[in-house]
Design a protein around this ligand. Structure first.
Ligand code: NAP
Length: 249
């Protein structure tokens, strides 16, 4: 069976690494992100892929992207909810707009895309939804209350939807990585370096100090777990929130 995977944030980092592994299984790919040129460029790497500009926080944009996805490659039976942003600020002076933006993209975006994909999955009696959460969905940390709330919410949605979908051939799981070496880490190290006396190498070392393996996770490692969850062999794994943090949690 040839699958059609819809990957949010599919033009970079974990999303692109996942696209590569799913393409290797023969899946057709729809890659979405706000930067349409970037996802279209990323899609050129694959034989059967398209890039579509889409803001997952915008209901109409999600509806439009799913319509285009189905028009080209048919029903969507794999959804990777990977789009996310990671701004930080102490809660006592966090702007409401920042809080709302993080929840809208990281959590409501996953809701809108899951809702859009489920009709196809239920009709075909087979589906895989993998939500890219974080260890911040399983524990707290300073200055990331909005991010933590969004990822805790994503795991709650994962567990609830897993029950709804359980008898329809659809699994819903979350992956919870520690720090993964992507653009997010580059930006975080730059921010830390600009606000402290640490240089960027020291900031990077500080970020992965919590990982008992003393290193960043790689995007390929996260993609590998996601790709496995999309196999038939993973059918019994449902409603899981799988930590990938070198033993941190
Ligand atoms: P990344 O390269 O910055 O990926 C984030 C992706 O999300 C980008 O492709 C971005 O594309 C897309 N995106 C952001 N807002 C969007 C929106 N409103 N609509 C559609 N797409 C949107 O970083 P990454 O590390 O691969 O992050 C992927 C996911 O992993 C995120 O959910 C993040 O929270 C999670 N995660 C990352 C780490 C880490 O340390 N890197 C750890 C745990 C979890 P556009 O800018 O084009 O929209």
């Amino acid at each position: 069976m040839t699958h059609h995977a819809f990957i949010t944030g599919g033009g970079t980092g974990i999303g692109l690494a996942t696209a590569r592994l799913l393409a290797a299984t023969g899946a057709k790919l729809t890659l979405v992100g706000r930067n349409g040129a970037r996802v279209q460029e990323a899609a050129k790497e694959f034989e059967n892929a398209q890039g579509i500009a889409c803001d997952v926080a915008d209901e109409a944009s999600v509806t439009n992207a799913f319509a285009k996805a189905r028009e080209r490659f048919g029903p969507v039976d794999i959804l990777i909810n990977n789009a996310g942003i990671t701004p930080s600020a102490p809660l006592h002076n966090m702007e409401l707009a920042l809080w709302n933006e993080v929840l809208a993209i990281n959590l409501t975006g996953a809701f809108l895309c899951s809702r859009a994909a489920l009709a196809d999955m239920y009709a075909g009696k087979w589906g895989r939804i993998v939500n890219v959460a974080s260890v911040a969905g399983l524990k707290g940390g300073p200055y990331i209350s909005a991010y933590c709330a969004s990822k805790h919410g994503m795991i709650g949605m994962t567990r609830a939807l897993a029950h709804e979908a359980a008898k329809r051939g659809v699994t819903v799981n979350a992956i919870c990585p520690g720090y993964v070496d992507t653009e997010i880490i580059t930006r975080a190290a730059e921010t830390i370096s600009s606000k402290t006396k640490l240089n960027e190498d020291e900031a990077r070392a500080m970020l992965h100090a919590g990982n008992p393996q003393g290193r960043f996770i790689t995007a390929d490692e996260v993609a590998s777990a996601i790709a496995w969850l999309c196999t038939d062999g993973a059918a019994a794994t449902n409603g899981a929130a799988i930590p990938m943090s070198g033993g941190e949690i």
